[in-house]
Design a protein around this ligand. Sequence first.
Ligand SMILES: [Zn+2]
Length: 203
Amino acid sequence: MLNEAVKPFEMIAGDVSLDLVNTLDFRFRESGAEELLGSYDDLLRFMTQSGLLSGAEAQGLDGVDAERGQVLEQVKELREALAGVLYAGVGGEEAVAAHVSLLEGYFKQASCRRRLMARGSRLVWSWEEVRGTVAAPLWLLAQAAADLMVSERIGQLRTCSADACRWLFLDTSKNHSRRWCDMKVCGNRMKARRFQARQMTAK
Ligand SMILES: [Zn+2]
């Protein structure tokens, strides 16, 4: 059963692959980052919240534990390569070749898993065969990232101005003035962190 009581993910980025990168929270914090994808079930919650999988599809993915763990690790590997390329990009730097070739591998494999099918008078790429498998999150996320990374939209990439946060998002505001991941989310996150830190030192 997926635990619905857990705090939902903050999907503020405007693209699921950026929301994925943001699941390693406080990535640049001196005291260390916080992993929001602690388990495969967390990954499934992320997938349903993003709309890439339906609740029923997510509930159906109960493969053997080892395979779930492996898929989670691969999603994180994909995420970290994305993070490497994207943060290099916002810093005006060229991406590291190892990150690019890792992404190339995942992107190619993902596209191979689609099937071209006839729908009425049109052809569509279908993920039907992937959706029922434990690896569905990996391939759906890889394809979403592949679509974003080579699109015009990536020109709107920004990072949150809060030093500890630096979450990625697409700035779609009219005057390109978005500076924060989400004023409310980020402000509250920082407040919660400070409160927690105070509690820790008080103990
Ligand atoms: Zn932020």
